[in-house]
Ligand binder design. Structure first.
Ligand code: TYD
Ligand code: MG
Length: 450
């Protein structure tokens, strides 16, 4: 067949030869036979006994948070990220901090390379905060192998409590005749590991590479197969790395863990606001602070804007860590609703710390930063913002306002600008900081710039 009937593309068909499993393969590899033997019957939902998943609480609090409270037995977790972001470092570090027998399958690096990396890593401080040098009751085994059949053979001998695979793209199964990393191989290897995880209740972590455009065959097609998808991201030139929950069958999605990449591995960052706010004595123009929310976690983040006269015909607009389309929309609002002549200006926007922000609550902070730079009037370092801006210049309410206000207060801010529509049900007497409620962008400018 030349043309695919499903997607309409030409010459996209790939031949897959599926071999019959031969000899004594562990039962999680022969899908056809097991599924026939154990045909399930339907059971009434009220008869199903539910037991609380037993979770393994890891010493890494950021990991516990993104997994929804620890590692669930028998779960398959995919950790995706661009090459070089630190996935292997993170997993090795976690492996070394976990109790029990951990099998680290490395298909990319030799055992010497893994050992060298392990030497660099300082162990995570345990609960008490004291650095522990020798881990008690923890054993990490490194296996350099890419054939799933051989990996399962070793697993049967070793009986690990947790399996880590680095990376899923390097594995191949002899049941399928195509190159490692191809869609069919990646899918088959994941399916085998999934059956293994479910039947033995062993948690399995898979590392998967995603390229910048996210298009490569690999992790994207696996997202529906695995229980949890974590995305490890960050700017390679910044120290901060973010572990984000994209999907989680055992807890809330959109959770977030923050790490800092150091010479000796990754360090957990428990108070993100402190690192996201730059240390400065006097206020500078073009800088504002917004109270944003990532997942369930409130944090304060700095927005920097620079507005200057365009040297060339077409003004430049560029944003780092913020959606450029959204910035253009906010600029249009400022131009049309407030009469600022920004169409002849270059506008640059930067979110501090290399973070990518999607929370609309930083809109107000963004427009105030732009006008502050445009007017060259600094905003006090004691003021922060939390509101969305609509197309007609109205200030909209955002979710979880109490959490944002509480975080701002905790960090010593004296004033917060929020939407008038967030005021309902808000007990202002609980807070020491002054809550300014506004309905239109003009009101904000009048209050700040006179
Ligand atoms: P790595 O875990 O190999 O990335 P991935 O598995 O996602 O491809 O880590 C890559 C980078 O991390 C590498 O450029 C060096 C840096 N690094 C540190 O800064 N400190 C460390 O302690 C380690 C082990 C790595
Ligand atoms: Mg790696």
């Amino acid at each position: 067949m030349g043309k695919c009937t499903a997607c309409g593309q030409w010459n996209t068909f790939v031949e897959e030869i599926i071999e019959k499993p031969s000899g004594s393969v562990p039962n999680w590899q022969s899908s056809a036979s097991t599924s026939l033997q154990r045909a399930n019957k339907p059971s009434a939902i009220q008869d199903i006994v539910y037991t609380e998943e037993n979770r393994l609480i890891t010493p890494d609090k950021e990991l516990n948070r993104v997994l929804g409270g620890g590692i669930v037995g028998g779960s398959l977790v995919l950790i995706g990220g661009e090459p070089g972001i630190g996935k292997s470092t993170l997993m090795l570090q976690i492996a070394m901090a976990l109790p029990g027998k951990i099998l680290y399958v490395s298909g990319e690096e030799s055992s010497q390379q893994v050992k060298m990396r392990a030497e660099r890593l300082s162990p995570l401080p345990p609960e008490g905060g004291k650095v522990q040098t020798a881990r008690s009751g923890s054993e990490v085994f490194i296996l350099t192998e890419t054939s799933t059949q051989n990996i399962f053979k070793q697993i049967e001998i070793l009986e690990p409590t947790i399996v880590i695979v680095d990376s899923i793209q390097t594995l191949h199964s002899s049941h399928i005749e195509s190159t490692p990393g191809s869609v069919s191989q990646v899918r088959e290897c994941t399916a085998e590991l999934l059956r293994f995880a479910k039947e033995t209740a062993t948690p399995v972590f898979l590392i998967g590479h995603i390229t910048k455009d996210g298009m490569i065959a690999g992790p994207k097609i696996l997202e529906h197969m695995v229980d949890t998808v974590l995305q490890f991201e960050g700017d390679r030139h910044h120290m901060y790395r973010i572990l984000r929950t994209v999907k989680n069958r055992f807890g809330p999605a959109a959770e977030l863990g923050i790490y800092e990449m150091q010479g000796s591995g990754l360090r957990e960052v428990s108070n993100p606001s402190e690192i996201l706010l730059s240390q400065r004595e006097e206020p500078l123009s073009g800088i504002t602070i917004s109270a944003m929310l990532e997942g369930m976690r409130p944090m304060l983040i700095e927005t920097q804007a620079l507005v200057s006269i365009s040297a060339y015909g077409t003004p430049q607009r560029s944003a780092t860590g913020f959606d450029t389309k959204r910035m253009n929309m906010l600029l249009a609002v400022l131009e049309k609703r407030c009469g600022f002549k920004l169409s002849v200006k270059d506008v640059f926007l930067n979110i501090a710390g290399g973070l990518r922000v999607e929370d609309p609550a930083i809109d107000l902070g963004v427009i105030v930063a732009i006008i502050s730079s445009h007017e060259d009037m600094p905003i006090s370092t004691k003021i922060c913002f939390a509101a969305e801006v609509g197309l007609s210049g109205e200030i909209r309410a955002v979710n979880r306002i109490e959490q944002r206000i509480a975080e701002a207060e905790k960090l010593g801010f004296e004033q917060i600008y929020i939407s008038k529509y967030n005021k309902k049900g808000l007990d202002e007497s609980r807070y020491k900081l002054e809550i300014k409620t506004v309905a239109k962008v003009d009101e904000v400018f009048a209050a700040l710039f006179g």
